[in-house]
Design a protein around this ligand. Structure first.
Ligand SMILES: Cc1cc2nc3c(=O)[nH]c(=O)nc-3n(C[C@H](O)[C@H](O)[C@H](O)COP(=O)(O)OP(=O)(O)OC[C@H]3O[C@@H](n4cnc5c(N)ncnc54)[C@H](O)[C@@H]3O)c2cc1C
Length: 478
């Protein structure tokens, strides 16, 4: 990093690009970027040892300003870490090598809405909830509803390859986007072809999806829109055996039914977190589904066929009201007073596998997580299958230790040991180590195990695009 006088020079140069008010270098301003929502980043910041140590925070208001900032940083070889809502849970947005934190939230315009194609061009720093409310006022929806909708931005969702609660019908973030506008690590402003389906070479748009800021800064996206549904209906079923719930879910997905919401809670998650959320005692594995759409008859038909498949796989139908309450309270449990707080240790091992492996992945991963935590720490583990595909599902294993070791290093060792056990067990059982929270700092050590030979290809792509390694250096283990 540059000397004190060069810092002054840097601040002046940045101010010439984005304006004085959009360059903040005071300790108070920088501490606003001390941590994202990764447990360790929160714990370290609280202990005065923040993982994220930006030297200066810069808030561009146009894509051209982003390009000029990146060109400057590239010339000076200064690290740049993009920051959307800071809601990531893997540590990705932390500026752990100092330099510039590039806050993109002022890049927040809806540029155009095309009502004929049902598409929209929206800037990368737009907060998901604000975007959705603006669209809803026009009878439209983006249908990307992460539980972090109040903080997460469009660019951060694309960069972390996010997934919202409606994903099983409407798709994950990569399915929502037609193209991207982004700034390369050397400062060029690029727009990818305007539709995702074409035969003009590799899909450049998707290279940026899930790259977590390492390959470019997303300044805008053309996204698909939908009409707000005319009807929503709910189906809830209990299963004595989790495996029967998985089989019902597989039957629903492989026969082309499309519930936007499909969440299968194991007995622990059903009796603890789900029962609290829906204010109803539950003992068994429980599948909660929501169906929606423009045509009420079709919605009812999909719901009744799915209920029939549940019954055929041993499911017992539970009151629809449970699903309605789930829908009304679906975000409550991610926020105070329900969300975990220090001195707890918490985190989610979030893995994805095809149907052939999913049951073994569930068994092995949950067993390994439990075994990695000494009994004295009273680990609780609530697991559900929260996003489904035609070929498989993802497993969201949420662990919490009410009170971890007081010493931060010891607490981190315990956290890391649990994650190592969970990730390694899931990989051995045939999973991919993350479905929609990304890699960040937390999972970076496991990238070579995940990719094997492919890691070298990824590193060469990074090297070619970012020869000075300025964008999120070290992230993704690139
Ligand atoms: C309570 C809670 C609930 C959550 N629920 C969900 C959920 O339901 N589904 C889900 O998918 N995730 C969820 N998450 C995780 C998180 O919200 C997502 O990862 C989200 O996509 C991050 O968006 P963000 O704008 O906050 O990005 P940040 O956390 O700011 O950044 C994430 C990564 O993207 C990079 N980045 C940010 N903006 C850009 C940009 N414009 N261009 C390039 N790179 C960029 C950052 O450098 C970082 O690497 C949840 C988190 C919390 C705390």
């Amino acid at each position: 990093m540059a000397t004190v006088s060069a810092d002054r020079q840097l601040i002046d140069s940045l101010a010439r690009i984005v304006g004085t008010d959009n360059v903040l270098a005071t300790p108070q301003a920088r501490s606003a970027y001390a941590n994202d929502q990764w447990w360790y980043a929160i714990a370290a910041a609280a202990a005065g040892q923040a993982v994220s140590q930006p030297d200066v925070a810069v808030s561009p208001t146009t894509p051209e300003q982003v390009a000029a900032v990146i060109k400057l940083a590239n010339q000076l070889k200064i690290p740049v870490t993009p920051w959307g809502g800071g809601s990531g849970v893997q540590g990705a947005a932390n500026a752990d090598r100092g330099g510039i934190v590039l806050d993109l939230k002022k890049l927040n315009r809806v540029r155009t809405i095309d009502r004929k194609s049902l598409t929209c061009v929206v800037e990368g720093g737009k907060v998901c909830k604000v975007f959705e409310e603006e669209l809803n006022a026009e009878g439209l929806s983006f249908t990307h509803y992460p539980a972090s909708t109040e903080w997460a931005t469009i660019g951060g969702s694309v960069a972390a390859r996010g997934s919202g609660v409606l994903s099983t019908k409407y798709g994950k973030i990569e399915d929502h986007i037609l193209n991207l506008e982004f700034v390369t690590p050397t400062g060029e402003l690029v727009t990818t072809p305007s539709v995702p389906r074409h035969a003009v070479g590799p899909e450049l748009t998707q290279l940026l999806v899930g790259a977590e800021g390492t390959l470019g800064i997303i300044t805008a996206a053309t996204v698909k829109l939908h009409y707000l549904p005319k009807k929503r209906t709910f189906v809830v079923a209990g299963f004595e055996r989790l495996a029967d719930g998985v089989a019902a879910g597989r039957a629903i997905m492989t026969t082309g039914l499309k519930p936007p919401v499909m969440r299968l809670y194991d007995a622990d998650a059903a009796s603890h977190s789900l029962a609290r959320a829906v204010e109803t005692p539950l003992e068994q594995a429980t599948l909660v589904m929501m169906f929606d759409g423009e045509y009420p008859e079709l919605v009812d038909l999909e719901a009744s066929l799915s209920a029939r498949l549940c019954r055929e796989h041993g499911g017992v139908m539970l009151p629809e009201r449970i699903g309605e309450v789930w829908w009304e309270r679906r975000y409550v449990f991610y926020y105070p007073p329900y969300a975990p707080e220090l001195p707890s240790i918490w985190g989610t091992v979030d893995v994805v596998a095809d149907f052939d492996h999913i049951e073994a992945v569930y068994e092995e991963t949950t067993r390994a997580i439990r075994a990695a935590c000494p009994a004295e720490y009273n680990l609780s583990l609530n697991t559900h299958f929260s996003h489904w595909y035609e070929w498989g599902s993802m497993i969201y294993a949420r662990m919490k230790i009410p009170t971890g070791p007081a010493d931060l290093t010891e607490a981190k060792e315990l956290h890391d040991a649990i994650f190592q056990a969970g990730v390694e067990a899931s990989l051995r059982a045939g999973a991919v180590m993350n479905d929609h929270h990304g890699v960040g700092i937390r999972l970076a050590p496991y990238m070579p195990a995940q990719y094997g030979e492919g890691m070298d290809t990824l590193r060469r792509i990074k090297q070619a695009l970012d020869p000075n390694n300025i964008l999120c250096p070290g992230k993704l283990n690139l």
